[in-house]
Design a protein around this ligand. Structure first.
Ligand code: PRX
Length: 645
């Protein structure tokens, strides 16, 4: 992490927005950005009402924002349906025949879906849900591959006011079960399987395993994707195709309160149990609409591609909702970036003439490692804007992306935000704000970002501190589902009425924000959030394990790698086989992304006199192989001596 700061501090390269880009962009100069930013902070109600008025409401709001820290309500009194804005609005504006989705499966199968067709499919599936008794407010768990039906399922829930909770297809049966229990879901939408690197991920089988110990689910809708064998339980499991054949496509968008829950998305925190982040309808809609419009500068003829999965917040805000709210044409790809080889993305950029491309630094680093031969020869001239998300981008990866992929002519929007923030919070406005490798630059409209010291005072330029947001914003999380106390404790207890992001950051003298990384026990592995406590509780649930401490080690490719220090129970022999078994055990409890890269067996772990594991020391051992920091509170030095060896 400190290497990161050092290299960023020395980063002087600045790239002004290309004139050709700014001319056509919505926001054309830094002055224009600054003027709009000032208005958005000084008079947020006027700013957000103007944005909201570009969308369709079934009943207007009484107040734009009511702020009772830490609880916000946006567009109170209004009635709205987000899918009416994602779909019906475009049909009414004569854009029904415009392509909404250009979908490609991993094996190469393709589908092009117009806004009219998408509207039809969403209405059909929404009626299928209704026909099975699912109603407004019910929680529905979605566990799907990256097929068009994943988006259709989300929108169908939103159409009738059901609250979706999407679980990433790489998560395990145990993870599904935890999320079912926490959200008390009544239905599941899944597929027989999904393609990943030429293999079938057994999605339905994972759902079956989860449902063996949770009996709240009345209906499981199963899409045929891979035609793999699945077991269908009578009276509970039904085929998507059969259920949609039973209904018509007349499904008016239900008028919902602006604060009606839209979705719950689980994310890792610093304790073992993932948090159900709750987002609501009106504010989330306006936030994702406006950020797509200004940050991706979406224009009518753009072809946009975000490579995320709908299992993460990026796939919610910047695949399922934001681009559709803007009436954009977007590419959706089912599989892995390196299947059949690392040229897959660039071949698709050429084929679909992608103009806006949004991916994660970890993917960029993997492309660099694979070699330029996978990029050379593809025509990437359709690209006009690039984006990154999920973790700090190192300057080398940034420069490669800028030159090799963007041909030195595409601005890069490095977008900082979180599951909790719902939409992008800090990012360049591409036609206006000069960019530098490694900084997410300036706050988006309405985002009152600052860096605080321990006492809650803003720090000056170039001083590190905690990243906070001082004013409410439309797409902010409303609470942690069923745990408002945890919501208050996690985000609002350090500084009164101020949102604590959990990231360390600094600003430079130009007002750019440089994000350093998490300050809590949350790792960022390939752009995915993972709680060290989650991995530890999975490890200690294994019968051979006595204690476990998990830390992150800097990793060139993944950003952070997962290292687990493990002590075993008396009488257990440590071995490579046991390490392998433990890795698989974590994979089974959480999902493959959580498997430790390294398991280090230790006879004892370094603890303070009060019995707390000193993770800081373990981290340092991982990063440098030795200890230089303060060890005065350490209880037993032999633990450290053994580990250093
Ligand atoms: O540490 C920050 C990092 O990802 C965390 C949020 O993770 P998650 O909720 O999974 O959402 C990821 C996609 C929005 C943040 O607390 N992060 C995200 N974007 C950036 C970033 N770190 C640096 N630069 C970014 N652009």
């Amino acid at each position: 992490m400190s290497d990161n700061i050092e290299s960023h501090l020395q980063e002087n390269r600045t790239f002004a927005p290309p004139a050709a880009f700014s001319e056509k962009a919505r926001i054309k100069s830094i002055e224009q950005y600054e003027e709009m930013y000032r208005e958005s902070i000084d008079d947020p109600d006027t700013f957000w009402a103007r944005e909201a008025n570009e969308l369709k409401w079934q009943q207007p709001w009484d107040s734009v924002c009511i702020w009772n820290p830490p609880h916000a309500e946006w567009f109170t009194g209004a009635k709205v349906n987000i899918t009416e804005n994602c779909l019906d609005r475009h049909l009414e504006n004569g854009n029904g025949d415009k392509t909404a989705l250009l979908w490609e499966g991993e094996p190469g199968d393709k589908r092009s879906i117009s806004y009219r067709e998408l509207h039809h499919e969403v209405c059909l599936f929404a009626n299928a849900l209704k026909n099975n008794g699912i109603t407004s407010g019910d929680r529905v768990l979605i566990y799907m591959p990256m097929v068009a039906e994943a988006v259709i399922a989300m929108l169908a829930c939103a159409r009738i006011g059901a609250v979706h909770s999407v679980v990433f297809g790489g998560f395990s049966a145990d993870s599904i079960k935890d999320r079912l229990e926490d959200s008390q879901a009544v239905a599941v939408i899944t597929a027989d399987g999904g393609w990943r690197r030429g293999k079938i991920v057994p999605l339905k089988a994972n759902v079956d395993e989860a449902l063996a110990s949770y009996d709240g689910v009345k209906n499981v809708f199963v899409l045929k994707r891979c035609e793999n064998d699945v077991t269908m339980t009578d009276g509970r499991d039904m085929w998507w195709e059969d259920e949609t054949a039973k209904v018509d496509a007349n499904c008016p968008p239900v008028a919902l309160d602006a604060e009606h829950p839209l979705f719950i998305l689980y994310t890792s925190g610093s304790t073992g149990k993932p948090k159900g982040i709750l987002h609501t309808t009106g504010g989330y809609m306006v936030g994702t609409y406006a950020t797509c419009k200004y940050i991706f500068d979406m224009q009518p003829d753009d072809v946009y591609w975000c490579t995320a999965d709908v299992g993460w917040i990026t796939g919610h805000s910047y695949i399922a909702y934001g681009p559709l709210l803007n009436g954009c044409t977007q590419v959706i790809y089912e599989g892995a970036p390196n299947h059949p080889d690392f040229s897959r993305f660039w071949q698709m950029v050429e084929e679909y003439k992608v103009s806006i491309f949004y991916t994660a630094p970890t993917a960029i680093r993997a492309f660099i490692k694979a070699g330029d031969q996978f990029v050379d020869g593809y025509d990437l001239s359709s690209l006009r804007l690039l984006g990154t998300v999920g973790e700090p981008i190192n300057p080398e990866a940034w420069m490669w992306y800028y030159n090799k992929i963007g041909g030195g002519k595409c601005p890069i929007v490095d977008t900082w935000w979180q599951t909790e923030t719902g939409a992008i919070m800090i990012s360049p406005i591409p036609g206006a704000v000069p960019i530098k490798p490694g900084t997410a630059t300036r706050p988006f409209f309405g985002v009152d970002a600052a860096i605080f010291d321990e006492t809650g005072q803003p720090v000056g330029p170039n001083e590190g501190g905690k990243l906070v947001i001082r004013k409410p914003w439309p797409s902010m999380l409303r609470t942690i589902y069923n745990d408002d106390q945890r919501f208050k404790d996690t985000y609002w207890s350090e500084y009164e009425g101020v949102y604590l992001a959990g990231d360390g950051a600094r600003t430079d003298s130009d007002g750019n924000f440089w994000i350093v990384g998490r300050l809590d026990d949350v790792l960022n592995v390939s752009g995915h959030r993972l709680g060290t406590a989650e991995v530890e509780s999975a490890l200690v649930a294994h019968p051979a394990v006595a204690e476990a401490a998990v830390v992150g080690r800097p990793d060139d490719l993944k950003g952070q790698a997962v290292v687990a220090f493990v002590t075993v129970k008396t009488g257990i022999e440590t071995s490579d086989d046991l390490a392998k078994e433990l890795r698989n055990h974590v994979g089974k409890s959480i999902g493959a992304i959580a498997k430790p890269d390294d398991i280090k067996f230790a006879s004892t772990l370094p603890k303070t006199r009060s019995g707390k594991i000193m993770r800081r020391l373990l981290k340092e051992i991982c990063a440098t192989g030795k200890i230089s920091g303060d060890t005065t509170t350490l209880e037993d030095f032999t633990a450290i001596a053994a580990l250093q060896k």
